[in-house]
Design a protein. Structure first.
Length: 229
């Protein structure tokens, strides 16, 4: 079965932070002053405090795309995806062409099977104007996998792996897709690559251990991976 478990992208090694200056229309000085304490709190890992400050700024400056974007990012990092999505949609109402808001909304939609079509549309739109965004390509590859489009999924990962090094997360997620497609030998090679990039990456360790134990079971060692090439 060609599918992929819906783990949130950008977990593990590919960690996201709240950007200090999101690439949106430049805010007025009074808005920047309002946001500054929240940005400092976010940088210190105090997300609850940051969300409170950003919420106040959004209330005070409802037409500020930057305030909504930062509140969306802080909410995303706090795993409040519904609130984050609402803020990114608001950014797009204020700045319809915001690549950053489209990418984040696509990322959130990519873990909701009911919204894969919307996720795909957003992520493909972002890549059409910003093909260098690896995180967006990664999210889109995962959407293709969930939609059963093997060739499109594999192509996006091939593009991702054109340049090295890449995140261990990318190799581990690709390995998960390959296992689902029955391509275990290739999956093992990507798990090995993931652990080369990050020897402590637990998801890759767990998956590799499972595949190696499976291969040692009676009758398994001689089994050929007909799709590994």
């Amino acid at each position: 079965m060609w599918c992929l478990s819906t783990t949130l992208p950008n977990q593990g090694q590919s960690q996201q932070t709240v950007p200090s200056q999101p690439p949106l229309a430049k805010s007025k000085p009074e808005i920047s002053s309002c946001l500054a304490p929240g940005q400092k709190a976010a940088e210190e890992g105090k997300l609850e405090e940051a969300i409170k400050i950003f919420s106040g700024c959004v209330e005070k400056f409802p037409d500020s795309a930057e305030a909504s974007f930062l509140l969306g990012m802080a909410s995303f990092l706090s795993k409040d995806l519904e609130k984050a999505a609402g803020q990114f949609r608001k950014v797009l109402q204020l700045e319809p062409n915001s690549v950053q808001a489209q990418a984040m909304l696509g990322k959130i939609y990519s873990v909701d099977r009911q919204k894969l079509g919307a996720a795909r549309e957003l992520l493909e739109r972002v890549l059409s104007v910003a093909p260098y965004k690896d995180d967006v390509r990664f999210d889109l590859a995962r959407v293709y996998a969930q939609q059963g489009e093997e060739k499109k999924c594999l192509n996006e990962f091939r593009i991702l792996f054109n340049d090295e090094p890449k995140y261990a997360l990318y190799h581990a997620e690709f390995a998960r897709i390959l296992v689902a497609a029955g391509k275990k030998a290739v999956a093992i090679s990507h798990l090995t690559k993931a652990l080369t990039l990050d020897p402590e990456f637990a998801p890759a360790k767990k998956m590799l251990d499972s595949l190696e134990k499976e291969g040692k079971e009676p009758g398994k060692s001689a089994e050929k991976d007909s799709q590994s090439k």
